[in-house]
Design a binder for this molecule. Structure first.
Ligand SMILES: *Cc1c(COP(=O)(O)O)cnc(C)c1O
Length: 400
C-alpha cells in the first residue's frame, strides 16, 4: 500500500519509532537486530516457531461465529478470533515463544521481562521454563500488590519477581528498570519486551511474531465464508495483538481496520489510556517516538483503564503511522461499554473474555446493529477473562 512504511532501516514507521536509548544500549540493540535479521531469513527458525505454536500453544486458534450475540444485536455477523484459547490464555505467548527461540539462538541463558498486570510476566516465565532459562520479571510494587495471583503463577513457573519501587511503581517504571538491568548484564541476558513497542527492532519483531493471528484469520475466513470480513477489530494497549491481526490485512483495502483504545471514564476526562483518540502529541518513552499522553512540559501523564493490560500512556509506533496515513481508524471504548460487552459475551456465547478484549467486542456491540446482516465483523478476542473475575466482582459489589 502506498505511503506505508514497514519500517525503514532506522526502525521508523513514517515519523514514529526509531531508537532513542542510552549509548550503552546501542551495541545490545545492534546485536539483537543482527540476530533477528539472520533468524528472520532462516526457514529453520520459523519451523521451530510454528512447531511450538502448534504443539505447545495449541494453534491454530479457531475463528468462531458468535451467532447468538449477532442475532441479539440484530445486524452484522460477529466472528471471533479465539486467542483466548491459547496456552496461558492470551496472544502474548506467540511473542514470548518467538523471542525465547531467538534468545536461544543467541546463546543467552537468562531472560528478563517487564510486566504490568502480570500477563506478559507469566508468558515470559512460561517460555523460560519451557526452554530452561532463568527469568527475572520486573514489576511495579503497586502492581505486585494488585496482581497477586499472577505473581504467584510466575513464582510457580520458577521466575524471580523483582519489585520496582521507583516512580509510580507501575508498568512504566518496571520497563525503565528492566532496560537498566539489560544494560548491566547484556552479555548473558535477553530482554523480552511484551508489546509492539520499545526501541527498534522490537516493534517490527513483535509484530512479525504476532502476525500469525492475521495470517491464520485470513485463511480461516476464506474457508469459513469464502471471503474476508468487512471489518477487523482489535483492542490496543501497546498494540501487539492489534498489529498481529491488522498487518496481514494492510494491503487488503476492502477490509476496514479498527483499533480500540481504552476510553476509561471518557477521553474528554483525564482518566483514560487513549493516546491516539485523545490526540496526544508525539513524545519519546521507552526508547521510541510515538503518540504519547503527556502534559505541556512533556511529563508522562497517569492513565486509567478498567483493564490493566491497556493501561499504558503510549502506543506502538506502527499504529501511530497507520493512524497518520489513515489505513487504520482508532476509536475508544469506555470502561462501562467494555463491561457491558464482557457481560454480553458471557451470557450469549458462554465465553468469559479478558477485559482488554472486551473493548474490541464493545466496538462490535455498538456498530453491528448499524450494519447489514450480510456484513461481517471479525473481532480479535485477545485473551480470556479468568484473570479478571476479581476485578469484575468488585465492580459489581460482589465479595468472592
Ligand atoms: C496485554 C494484553 C493486551 C494489550 O496488549 P497489546 O500489546 O496491545 O496487545 C490485550 N489483551 C490481552 C488479553 C492482554 O493480555
Amino acid at each position: 500500500m502506498k505511503n506505508y512504511h514497514a519500517p525503514d532501516e532506522k526502525g521508523f514507521f513514517g515519523e514514529h519509532g526509531g531508537l532513542y536509548v542510552a549509548e550503552t544500549l546501542i551495541p545490545a540493540l545492534q546485536e539483537l537486530a543482527d540476530a533477528y535479521k539472520a533468524a528472520k531469513n532462516a526457514p529453520s527458525f520459523w519451523e521451530e516457531f510454528h512447531r511450538d505454536l502448534k504443539h505447545y500453544v495449541g494453534r491454530p486458534s479457531p475463528v468462531y461465529h458468535a451467532a447468538r450475540l449477532s442475532e441479539h444485536l440484530g445486524g452484522a455477523q460477529i466472528w471471533l478470533k479465539r486467542e483466548d484459547l491459547n496456552h496461558t490464555g492470551a496472544h502474548k505467548v506467540n511473542n514470548t515463544i518467538g523471542q525465547a527461540l531467538l534468545a536461544r539462538r543467541m546463546g543467552k541463558k537468562r531472560v528478563i521481562a517487564e510486566t504490568g498486570a502480570g500477563q506478559h510476566g507469566v508468558a515470559s516465565a512460561t517460555v523460560a521454563a519451557r526452554f530452561g532459562m532463568t527469568c527475572d520479571v520486573y514489576m511495579g510494587a503497586d502492581d505486585i500488590q494488585r496482581q497477586m495471583p499472577n505473581v504467584f503463577r510466575m513464582k510457580l513457573l520458577g521466575a524471580n519477581v523483582v519489585s520496582v519501587d521507583s516512580g509510580s511503581r507501575t508498568l512504566k517504571d518496571a520497563m525503565n528498570e528492566a532496560m537498566r538491568e539489560w544494560v548491566a548484564r547484556v552479555d548473558d541476558t535477553f530482554y523480552i519486551i511484551g508489546t509492539a513497542a520499545g526501541p527498534a527492532p522490537y516493534p517490527e519483531m513483535v509484530r512479525d511474531f504476532q502476525c500469525v493471528i492475521g495470517n491464520e484469520a485470513k485463511a480461516q475466513m476464506q474457508e469459513a465464508i469464502g471471503r474476508q470480513p468487512d471489518v477487523a477489530v482489535a483492542c490496543v494497549g501497546g498494540g501487539s495483538n492489534a498489529i498481529g491481526l491488522f498487518h496481514p490485512y494492510i494491503g487488503e483495502e476492502n477490509v476496514r481496520l479498527v483499533g480500540v483504545e481504552a476510553g476509561g471514564l471518557g477521553v474528554d476526562t483525564p482518566d483514560h489510556a487513549a493516546p491516539i483518540t485523545s490526540k496526544a502529541p508525539i513524545g519519546v518513552l521507552h526508547g521510541f517516538r510515538s503518540y504519547l499522553m503527556q502534559d505541556e512540559n512533556g511529563q508522562v501523564l497517569g492513565t486509567h483503564s478498567v483493564s490493566a493490560g491497556l493501561d499504558y500512556p503510549g502506543i506502538g509506533p506502527e499504529h501511530s503511522h497507520l493512524a497518520d496515513i489513515g489505513r487504520v481508524e482508532y476509536h475508544a471504548a469506555n470502561d462501562d461499554a467494555a463491561l457491558e460487552a464482557f457481560d454480553l459475551l458471557c451470557r450469549f456465547e458462554g465465553i468469559i473474555p479478558a477485559l482488554e478484549s472486551s473493548h474490541a467486542v464493545a466496538w462490535a456491540v455498538a456498530n453491528a446493529p448499524k450494519m447489514g446482516k450480510d456484513q461481517v465483523i471479525l473481532v480479535n478476542l485477545s485473551g480470556r477473562g479468568d484473570k479478571d473475575i476479581n476485578t469484575v466482582a468488585k465492580l459489581k459489589g460482589i465479595e468472592l
